[in-house]
Write a protein that binds this ligand. Structure first.
Ligand code: ADP
Ligand code: MG
Length: 249
């Protein structure tokens, strides 16, 4: 089984001087589903943006990130963008077509896929994200949760090997969250999920990485880490209800 993501000593400083990542290292095996948690500003989004070379800009040597055992550099970034589907934290950063269909179809078309198989992929993504009937609507006139589904549809339509999801359940109502969890559970792709939704992490991710101030604080078994109230509180998090000590009836 391949190593899907390998990150070695990744540092990143924004152009304004803000140090966002202080030497982050970890790897993810193919097929793993990982929760990436930490308080606001801990570097979760910055880290995900490094998985397909959106950051750093321009790509510098030597590469700190490898995807499917291939170092991410100027020559590999095109192929790696097909391997890693990134769902942005803010849907408005991801939607720019006049219709839902065109937004969902954008990725596969950009990668030059125009075949019947492509149309089937787009159709499948629309079905998975419950967007049948929305094809001709303008993404900009949808609710926050609906916009998120369009973004996810666009990512799934490319059938990436690795999904990097930035707060995928934010703005979703309870039914939307359940639906999203079902989708993620059904996918074979390796997944890294940055989220404040710790119940999602407990339900879907056997492993969790805790980030705080650009550093990895803990990396291990989800139930063990999220059940550690002292660790959670120290890093601006809390043990989810489902893991709190259950009182006998
Ligand atoms: P998280 O997703 O965990 O909330 P981010 O990765 O968005 O954290 O941010 C990490 C740090 O980098 C924060 O201190 C944030 O203020 C800073 N940061 C994020 N984006 C930028 C940017 N474009 N320019 C400068 N600083 C940024
Ligand atoms: Mg973020």
């Amino acid at each position: 089984m391949k190593t899907a993501v390998d990150i070695r000593n990744l540092h990143y400083t924004y152009p304004d001087g803000k140090i966002a990542l202080h030497g982050v290292s970890f790897s993810i095996r193919e097929g793993e589903r990982i929760g990436l948690i930490g308080p606001n500003g801990s570097g979760k989004s910055t880290l995900l943006l490094h998985l397909n070379g959106i950051l750093p800009d321009p790509l510098h040597a030597p590469p700190a990130v490898s995807i499917m055992e291939r170092p991410l550099d100027k020559t590999s970034v095109g192929a790696i963008r097909r391997d890693v589907g990134l769902l942005f934290q803010d849907p408005d950063d991801q939607l720019f077509c006049p219709t839902v269909y065109e937004d969902v179809a954008f990725g596969p078309k950009q990668f030059g896929m125009q075949t019947a198989e492509t149309r089937a992929m787009i159709q499948r993504a629309l079905e998975q994200t419950d967007l049948l009937g929305f094809e001709d609507r303008s993404p900009h006139h949808l609710s926050g949760g609906e916009k998120r589904r369009v973004c996810l549809g666009g990512v799934l339509a490319c059938e990436p090997k690795i999904l990097a999801l930035d707060e995928p359940t934010s703005n979703l109502d309870p039914r939307g969250k359940r639906k999203l969890k079902e989708i993620l559970r059904s996918l074979q792709a390796t997944q890294i999920i940055a989220t404040h939704d710790l119940e999602l992490v407990v339900e879907l991710c056997s492993r969790t990485i805790v980030l705080d101030q650009g550093r990895i604080i803990a990396d291990g078994d989800t139930i063990e880490l999220l059940g550690n109230e002292a660790l959670m509180l120290e890093h601006g998090l809390e043990t989810p209800h489902i893991l709190r000590h259950r009182h006998p009836h």
